[in-house]
Design a protein around this ligand. Structure first.
Ligand code: ACO
Length: 698
């Protein structure tokens, strides 16, 4: 990877004297960026290009070549790759388009490029990319001449268009880039590789990524988790994984669409996910220029009460609290500001505030121990000298140990002020919300980073042999869905408690079984063809006599047979009735990320309530704590409105066991327990239902 980021020499294959061609532009950009290593234009028809001696081929160069940038038409790329391999080139950047993005033939060509690279042990960036820049290595190996300011932000983008937007934004705002990587089709180098390198890059303090889809989801999470321990990682994700579009037969499947899986992945990796390019710009600004806040207390200094109130409202949305000032701070403010000013948070320096008044208030609140970050708001009143306030705010750059940001709210009158502040490397926005959201992201990142720890995945024991035999036996009969009783056998084998139950073929057997288990009982239809029993009249709760059991048996079988014609019905299962709070635990398998565990409020309204959360297995204690706490109904589990607290520890234990089953048996494509009954504290958690779907391809 070093040869990609810091090459000692570069050959531009397809360099041209024609200034309109990409090969010419790339070579020219390398020269203009004052690349310090050796540069070799490669062109079979030229002796000299842009003042440099040209060579007909890579192998004709009488010296070692560290990196090759390829700008010849797609059909020529494999032969250039072979030549690069023979020459001993370490890395190749393929700018050329016309590969898998064009369809089948392009994909074959791209595969060939990957194979050649592997054969010679070369790393490849692209194809179909803009190239890469390393401002600290004086290298612009792209075909854009927008040269960003040198700085500490590393950017990797899967889209060339987003690349150019980010570069242009960088030059407009003065936010400096360390490296800039257009990843293209990712035949070899992908985001996970880049994170592995960038996390230790001394010139990079913040990493921003635009991702459309991951090639190696699990590796991306692993590398992102390592990187985010050292520096903030901001990810803008669009697009969907293939598994997201597949129809799923369980609630869990419908509830864990691909985008939610990415959400879970980034959350587990402690990466900050943003949804818009504006948010990406805003966060890069604050993270690259400001120190992390130590707490979540915000001070607001404003010349307009309304903006102050809006900023205060935004606080709770973005995880900040409005700091309450020490008496000393309030006295200090009262001693300097006019009598009409508000000296409590938000501090209102009044409409006629001078730059000095702003400066005094900012310094005073900054010194308050309860304040961890400061937002300076300005409305373009005729009485305010915007450029003076901006110049004053700019003087805080580089000498603050708490983050300070500006929000100059307006348009034509405030633009110049925003620019002036930004050029001094103080983040400045055009709305209070953007300012508060950016500070909130810093607080969130600091909390995530500090609590990340080295939490190891929890491993559970189970009877693997038994489950293996069950899966093989079901698949050998040509089935892929298990019956409820088979599903529960699997759960039992992994130590998940299930209520006592007996499947009965006749009404008489059912009555006898119910008498043995004890009344009341639950009756459930037993059929491998029915996923959601209650939807078709296949569940009856609280049946309390032998006569009632017999009557319900006949009724249930005839009702279900009529509603699901052709369904194979084994009989009716008589179950011990357990009490508790209903939750759902499920698992789906994502193509990129593997087993995704879903937890949430259970019952028949689960898809309406959508109060669920996801995590990718294996799970750590922190992951499961976060899952359980993050649902909206968490208060129900802890005992809301005088209710008893549920046995949350035994619930977590079941989540770990489901994750273990998923990890041990890749043949299980979906698993869902709905409901899981979480008893009162100390009473345990029971799986009342079990839906297990297998796949054949393993
Ligand atoms: N070795 C070295 N040079 C060669 C070789 C070879 N084997 N064969 C040909 N050349 C020379 C050509 O003679 C030519 O030089 P010349 O101008 O002196 O004649 C030069 O290489 C370039 O070859 P051309 O055939 O002229 O190709 P052209 O420059 O028109 O296009 C390119 C090549 C740019 C790679 C094109 O095929 C392409 O892929 N364009 C799209 C690039 C792109 O958009 N990438 C994605 C960016 S990300 C985004 O979305 C913004």
């Amino acid at each position: 990877m070093k040869s990609l980021f810091e090459p000692e020499s570069i050959a531009v294959v397809g360099a041209s004297s024609d200034s309109r061609k990409i090969g010419h532009i790339v070579l020219n950009n390398l020269i203009q960026s004052k690349f310090r290593g050796k540069l070799y234009p490669i062109n079979p028809k030229a002796d000299e290009i842009l003042g440099l001696r040209a060579y007909p081929s890579l192998t004709a160069i009488p010296a070692e070549v560290d990196q090759a940038i390829v700008c010849v038409p797609n059909t020529l790329v494999p032969s250039v790759m072979e030549e690069a391999g023979i020459k001993g080139v370490n890395s190749v950047v393929v700018i050329t388009a016309g590969f898998k993005e064009l369809g089948k033939e392009g994909a074959i060509l791209e595969k060939r490029v990957g194979e050649i690279a592997k054969k010679y042990g070369m790393r490849v960036l692209g194809p179909n990319c803009m190239g890469m820049m390393n401002t600290h290595h004086c290298m612009n190996g792209t075909f854009t001449n927008i040269q960003p300011v040198s700085g500490s932000v590393a950017i990797a983008s899967q889209s060339g268009a987003v690349c150019s937007s980010l570069l242009d934004w960088s030059t407009a705002t003065g936010v400096g880039f360390s490296t800039f990587i257009s990843v293209g089709n990712k035949v070899d180098v992908d985001e996970a590789d880049l994170l592995e390198y960038l996390k230790d890059d001394p010139n990079t303090n913040v990493i921003g990524m635009y991702v459309e889809g991951a090639n190696r989801g699990r590796e991306l999470v692993r590398q992102a988790r390592e990187a985010s321990k050292k520096k903030p990682l901001i990810i803008l994700k669009s697009g969907r994984t293939s598994s997201g579009s597949k129809a799923a037969s369980s609630h869990t499947g419908a509830l864990s669409g691909s985008d939610k899986v990415y959400d879970a992945a980034f959350r587990q990796a402690n990466a900050i996910r943003v949804n818009t390019i504006d948010e990406m710009f805003d966060l890069l600004q604050v993270f690259s220029n400001m120190p992390l806040p130590k707490g979540d207390g915000l001070a607001i200094v404003t010349n307009a009460g309304g903006h102050g109130v809006m900023a205060a409202d935004a606080c709770s949305d973005h995880g900040l609290t409005l700091a309450s000032f020490e008496k000393e701070t309030i006295d200090k403010l009262k001693g300097y500001l006019p009598e009409a000013a508000n000296c409590y948070n938000p501090v209102d320096v009044l409409g006629d505030a001078s730059a000095d008044r702003y400066e005094f208030a900012i310094k005073a609140v900054m010194e308050d121990p309860n304040v961890s970050c400061v937002a300076v708001l300005l409305a373009p009143l005729d009485t305010v000298d915007i450029s003076a306030v901006a110049s004053n705010l700019a003087t805080f750059a580089g000498n603050v140990d708490k983050p300070v940001v500006g929000a100059f709210v307006g348009g034509t009158k405030t633009d110049a002020g925003i620019k002036l502040v930004q050029e001094a490397n103080i983040p400045c926005y055009d709305s209070p919300d953007r300012a508060i959201r950016s500070l909130g992201a810093m607080v969130r990142y600091r909390k995530m980073r500090d609590s990340a720890g080295d939490d190891a995945p929890v491993v559970m024991e189970g009877d693997k042999q038994k489950v293996r035999e069950m899966i093989d036996s079901v698949l050998s009969t040509g089935r892929t869905s298990m019956s409820e009783s088979e599903g529960k056998e699997i759960l039992r084998a992994y130590g998940v408690a299930v209520p006592e139950e007996i499947t009965c073929a006749t009404a008489e057997e059912a009555a006898a079984a119910a008498a043995r288990i004890g009344f009341p009982v639950v009756m459930k239809i037993d059929s491998p063809d029915i996923a959601h029993k209650s939807d078709v009249g296949g569940v009856k709760v609280g049946v309390s006599s032998e006569a009632a059991v017999k009557a319900e048996f006949e009724l249930m079988v005839s009702k279900v047979s009529a509603r699901v014609p052709g369904a194979h019905i084994n009989g009716v299962t008589i179950c011990q009735m357990v009490k508790g709070k209903e939750v759902l635990i499920g698992m789906t398998r994502d193509d990129q990320f593997g087993p995704v565990i879903t937890f949430g409020l259970g019952g028949v309204f689960v898809e309406i309530m959508k109060d669920v959360t996801q995590s990718i297995a294996p799970l750590t204690r922190t992951n499961v704590d976060t899952m359980v706490r993050s649902i909206r109904s968490y208060a129900i589990l802890t005992g809301a409105r005088g209710g008893k607290a549920a046995d949350i520890e035994s619930l977590k234990d079941v989540i770990f066991r489901i994750a273990q089953i998923a990890l041990d048996f890749p043949e299980i494509s979906e698993l869902e327990i709905n409901p899981v009954m979480v008893g009162d504290e100390g009473k345990g958690t029971y799986a009342v239902d079990a839906l297990v779907v297998l796949r054949r391809d393993n």
